[in-house]
Design a protein around this ligand. Structure first.
Ligand SMILES: [Zn+2]
Ligand SMILES: [Zn+2]
Length: 238
């Protein structure tokens, strides 16, 4: 919960100082009610905002009012109090998980999504991330490549969840030997080959541009070095 206030939408309730706070907002549909419930090692407070006639709050000032009030009251009553933080109860452990799957991260694959979270002891996930797939990827379809896919390149992909929100299964591209001998697939095969040729051309162009840029930078650096070492004052400061 401390995380919710320091990292999440609750950042606006931080009243500075060294008193730890934790809390969470709650809303009913269409912002007819907004609560903020939060606490410090000293005080706990909950604020509610809403209209008596059940009209939605619309402006961001209205939607944030419960937090604004909470912060106003709590900062006032904490004035002059010494720094304090929460003590972590026994039986609570931290573990780093992949934020996309909530499961153990795969080294080098989930690196951009690492999140350290709190768990009751014994509930730390034991399965590894099933959202990120690292291996051969089909550049024609963006799916995991079959072993016989001619368009496979090493890569990492994110696997979309199933419709019910549960983790999706790894989907493989259709590029089996049978696929290529089936005349019905001729058009798709041609389209895939064209798309890949385009991707390769774009990549080659980007590499060329980068090389040209690096060469120019080298020339510039050399010119600067000669200017600095030559003892000749540059005529123009440009
Ligand atoms: Zn992951
Ligand atoms: Zn493929």
């Amino acid at each position: 919960m401390v995380d919710v206030v320091t990292k999440g939408t609750g950042g606006s309730v931080n009243f500075g100082g060294d008193v730890a706070i934790a809390g969470k907002t709650g809303t009913t549909s269409d912002y007819k009610d907004v609560w903020f419930a939060g606490y410090s090692p000293y005080y706990t407070a909950t604020t509610w905002t809403g209209y008596d006639n059940n009209v939605s709050m619309e402006t961001s000032a209205e939607k944030n009012l419960s937090k604004t009030m909470w912060k106003a009251v709590m900062s006032r009553i904490h004035e002059g109090l010494p720094a304090a933080s929460f003590t972590k109860p026994s039986g609570i452990v931290t573990a780093t998980v992949c934020s996309k799957s909530g499961k153990l991260p795969i080294a080098g694959v989930c690196d951009a999504y690492l999140n350290t979270e709190y768990f009751a002891e014994g509930t730390v996930p034991t399965e590894t991330c099933d959202v990120h797939f690292s291996g051969m990827v089909c550049s024609a379809t963006g799916l995991a490549a079959t072993t016989t896919c001619p368009y496979q390149v090493p890569g990492v992909i994110e696997i979309a969840p199933s419709d019910d929100g549960s983790p999706g299964a790894t989907k493989y591209c259709p590029h089996t030997p049978d696929y290529f001998t089936n005349p019905a697939n001729a058009a798709s095969i041609q389209a895939a080959q064209q798309a890949i040729a385009q991707q390769q051309a774009a990549a080659a162009q980007a590499a060329q541009q980068q090389a040209a840029q690096q060469a120019q930078q080298q020339i510039d650096a050399q010119a600067d070095a000669e200017e600095a070492g030559g003892g000749e004052a540059p005529e123009d400061d440009e």
